[in-house]
Design a binder for this molecule. Structure first.
Ligand code: 13P
Ligand code: ZN
Length: 272
């Protein structure tokens, strides 16, 4: 008899982080999605992996994710309801050996499916696993109001966004020294935006979709949440500064370099 999955630490942590994200104001309606890579050992005791569950073809083969297991938010569902009914608003999938399809082990009640941004999530996992020696486990996507607002006024490139955010708050260069990758506007849910996001994820743990939102990654849910929170707070400071007539001074280049030295981080090349 399988144990109650709602008692699992990974499930409690997932529900907590998605509820915190909702309270941050980053998840209007069905906005945003999360995927959390689990180990088979973590999941085995809670789900019957031999049960006849649904199998769905992937948009393309991702052999790097062979046999990986993910807890994912459902397409079209609201973050604010996850805490009320996890089994309808979340699901667990396992990628097959060839990386060509996934099987649903748990959740997605009433014929639900994983988020429409599954291409961006899975391809980002593949990128970040490679970039972090297999450590990265989490991909979060949020509709961060202030970062979206800045995409209306800042030049849409990685250097401009990264430098601007680093200059807004002392902790930014330490928390995301690898900067924030910026894509051009692209169609959400498409394979193309997934491939482009994963390409930027080779060198950045944060990727901005202008006029849409942010992708954040991390080893833990806390780490990925903290990254979004830090970048979005810096964006809020910029928005407030612009509303007060624009920044008259910011952290200088030499102060940023000194921060990097003191905290032992290597700032992304070409920004300072
Ligand atoms: P889903 O409801 O399919 O996760 O889509 C929400 C979203 O934010 C699309 O970018
Ligand atoms: Zn979105």
């Amino acid at each position: 008899m399988a144990k109650n999955i709602l008692e699992a630490t990974f499930m409690k942590d997932f529900i907590k982080v998605t509820h915190d994200m909702w309270h941050k104001g980053w998840h209007e309606r069905n906005g945003g999605n999360v995927s959390y890579r689990l180990t088979t050992e973590e999941v085995d005791k809670y789900v019957d992996t031999n049960s006849g569950s649904r199998s769905v073809e992937l948009f393309r083969a991702i052999p790097e994710l062979s046999c990986e297991v993910f807890l994912v938010t459902s397409a079209g569902k609201y973050f604010r309801n996850i805490i009320l009914d996890p089994e309808e608003n979340l699901g667990i999938i396992e990628i097959d050996e060839m990386g060509k399809s996934y099987r649903i082990w748990w959740g997605f009640l009433d014929n639900g499916l994983p988020t429409s941004e599954l291409p961006a999530h899975l391809l980002s996992h593949a990128s970040r696993m490679k970039a972090t020696d297999g450590q990265c486990r989490v991909v979060l996507h949020s509709h961060t109001t202030n970062l979206i607002a800045l995409s209306n006024v800042l030049k849409l490139d990685t250097a401009t966004f990264t430098r601007t955010l680093w200059q807004m708050h002392t902790e930014c260069i330490v928390v995301f020294p690898d900067g924030i990758g910026v894509l051009p506007w692209m169609m959400p849910g498409s394979d193309e935006i997934g491939e482009a996001t994963a390409e930027l994820m080779k060198t950045h743990s944060l990727v901005l979709w202008p006029f849409h939102g942010l992708f954040s990654t991390g080893v833990t849910l806390d780490e990925a949440f903290g990254l979004i929170d830090t970048a979005e707070s810096a964006a809020e400071i910029m928005v407030k500064s612009l509303a007060m007539g624009g920044a008259k001074q910011t952290i200088t280049k030499s102060q940023l370099l000194a921060l990097a030295t003191t905290f032992g981080v290597t700032p992304l090349d070409g920004i300072l």
